[in-house]
Design a protein around this ligand. Structure first.
Ligand SMILES: [Zn+2]
Ligand SMILES: [Zn+2]
Length: 337
């Protein structure tokens, strides 16, 4: 009798502890364990044989929980998206399982060396697509150094129509380098599929063919990467005006590179409502003079329950996916390993 009382007590305590641990991850599993705890209570009017059955249910609940919520190991064919820390600027590198490498932006000129060093460290000596989201120095500045050091197959820039682009040093130098290395330049518009593989594609959502914006930022290429059932949206510095023009597009994405370094002029509610990302990355410099990211945008992302990662806090952020699940690691995690 005493043996069974002890068994009930142990089962009751285990179920309570289990329920408490599982609660943040699965309310249903926690509820089942709570009921089990009540049934196992030493003074519960339960036949002894039932205790064994209840323990069996507890074990099944535990195993189910483990299988459902334990971080799954990604499959072999992984796509890796790296949001490289380039201070106040943008730089995303996409490596696809078939070996295709896509570089979107390269930070300011000061960070060209950082991008090249990262590529060398990762044994990348060819870039299939180099994309300048829009010709601002904090996006294309570093690309001219990359063109000099790495073989680039094609350069993609947005179609800016009749918009007068100022002749900055970053633009002049990049144009010169692209021409010196005879790299073809393609102007992209909405609907273009920039590249695709067996189970992935990179599509242009903005700017539209007839787009007319007052701000060069709004001409930023908004790109959607789809790999299996996982998608990521790269937005450059596009603001509300550009975001609102593409609400009809299939914006839903698991990962969002937040527009314009988290400034108040981007990531409007309607846009976020359509994208509904699980993860967001803000590429931003530490203590930057523009005080980015904007606190309202952080609040907005928080309201939508988005897991936000910032390069100013975490350094380089890496997202791996097998087309089903996503694993995030930050520089600080890698340093800890
Ligand atoms: Zn920018
Ligand atoms: Zn810009």
């Amino acid at each position: 009798m005493k043996y069974f009382a002890n068994l009930r007590m142990i089962a009751c305590i285990l179920a309570l502890i289990g329920g408490w641990l599982i609660y943040p991850y699965s309310v249903v599993a926690a509820g089942v364990l709570c009921i089990i705890a009540i049934l196992c209570f030493p003074y519960a009017l339960l036949p002894h044989a039932m205790v064994v059955k209840v323990l069996l249910i507890a074990a099944i609940t535990g195993v189910t929980y483990y299988l459902e919520s334990y971080p799954k190991h990604l499959g072999e064919d992984q796509a890796v998206i790296t949001f490289l820390d380039v201070g106040q600027g943008d730089c995303s590198i996409i490596e696809l399982p078939d070996g295709t490498v896509i570089l979107i932006d390269g930070g300011t000129m000061d960070y060209g060396e950082t991008v090249c060093a990262w590529l060398a460290e990762h044994h990348i000596n060819q870039i299939d697509l180099m994309i300048g989201s829009h010709p601002h120095a904090d996006h294309i500045g570093g690309l001219s150094e990359v063109v000099n050091r790495v073989k680039v197959s094609t350069y993609i820039e947005p179609e800016t129509g009749t918009f007068e682009i100022p002749d900055t040093y970053s633009i002049t130098l990049l144009k010169r380098r692209l021409s010196e290395h005879a790299i073809p330049v393609i102007r992209a518009v909405q609907g273009d599929v920039l590249a695709k593989g067996e189970d992935w594609s990179l599509t242009v959502l903005s700017p539209g063919k007839e787009a007319l914006f007052d701000d060069l930022n709004d001409y930023s290429l908004i790109l959607k990467l789809q790999y299996g059932s996982v998608s990521a949206l790269f937005t450059g510095d596009a603001g509300y005006t550009a975001e609102l023009e593409i609400l009809e597009e299939n914006l839903k994405s698991d990962i969002l590179k937040v527009g314009h370094h988290g400034s108040f002029g981007s990531t409007c509610t309607a846009f976020l409502d359509s994208v509904r990302p699980s993860y967001a990355v803000i590429s931003v410099g530490k203590d930057n003079e523009h005080h980015l990211p904007n606190s309202y945008i952080l609040e907005r992302l928080d309201t939508y329950g988005v897991n936000v990662y910032r390069t100013d806090e975490s350094g380089t952020i890496t997202m791996r996916t097998d087309g089903q699940h996503i694993e995030v690691s930050r520089l600080e995690d890698n340093l800890a390993n």
